[in-house]
Design a protein around this ligand. Sequence first.
Ligand code: COS
Length: 380
Amino acid sequence: MDFRFTEEHEMVGELARKFAENEVRPLAMDIDRNADVPKELIDKISELGFMGIPFPEEYGGGDLGEIGYCILTEEIARVCLSTAATIGGHVSIGAMAVYLGGTEEQKQRLLPEMCMGEKLAAFALTEPQAGSDAGAISTTAVRKGDKYILNGQKTFITNGGIADVYSVFAVTNPGAGLRGVSAFLVDKNLPGFTAGSPEAKMGIRGSHTTDLFFEDVEVPAENLLGEENQGFPLAMKTLDVGRIGVGAQCLGGAKGVLELSKQHALQRVQFGKPIAKLQAIQWMLAEMATEVYNMENAVYRTAWMCDNNIPFSRQSAMTKLYCSEAFGRIVDHAVQIHGGMGYMSEYPIERFYRDARIMRIYEGTNEIQKLVIARDVLKQ
Ligand code: COS
């Protein structure tokens, strides 16, 4: 067994860390306050090649696999979860659906622009009446000559309104249930396609979340991803990968608040000594560090399984479940260690506390993760 990263992985980690410290951390407060990850920051992320990091070189990617993606995500999430979520919506689910579901011709045609960040991507599955029950979607796509006509509504779409292209799931065979869903790559400029206003949110406020509306949108048949009626398994496969990335977001956020808590504990003097000398604080730091270690193992072992084509559906659900719950406990300790300062919006801990809450909800609620895990346990 060799748990070390490759030299390329170490290098991208170093690059991502420097970028996060120098370019993202100084903006993180404003990103939250203004509810916007600035376009200039997204452009810089693209210029560094981060937007295609897991995908093979032949499609314009960084060829660093899911491990590379998790390293990048972790470093960005350490300082700003809104920025990590924006990258995630693009790489980990938006472009990932094209990579996993597209034909060879489609991947050659569509992925390079996404990998370069020239086209920002999003993943559109959820609808007002189809959240956890993803199979209940009612957006329709009807074939008409060399086009599909899309009608319906999506909701809570990460990168909604700012993305250039959307991986959209729609019903192509209404009588066939989950076997009648197809995936399409939809360009933002198509007539009849509009995004709603950005939602006001508790956390990851800088990440854009909107509804999408489709009114007789004519999508060229060449943008049907893969085969007709194979969309539902594709959505599930994409989310399997996406959930590892959510684990990496949690891991980065947890490392970020552990570091801030350590610094605070060493500096804050009460009862005549730094509070780091108090066992009450030490125990919290010890619990936080132990959970971070477990999170790290879960994220990178599952990413390694993904990169080595070992089935990992159950493990990615476990990673997402465990990491998001652990992050919730860790950030709660972080607030406690910071005391009153942890509750004030002037300090970053309060932001992390709000940002952490979505991790137990998006890319499948933790109840759905337990369902996926339990089904697999019972099947074995
Ligand atoms: N990989 C590939 N195929 C999968 C799969 C996976 N991980 N999981 C399910 N499938 C396939 C199944 O094999 C089945 O195909 P067949 O009928 O051909 O065998 C089909 O998809 C339906 O699967 P299942 O019977 O498990 O569907 P259910 O409706 O019972 O449950 C859940 C599906 C609940 C797991 C799914 O709806 C889900 O993940 N919901 C959460 C959605 C979500 O995460 N939303 C977040 C917002 S998007 S960012």
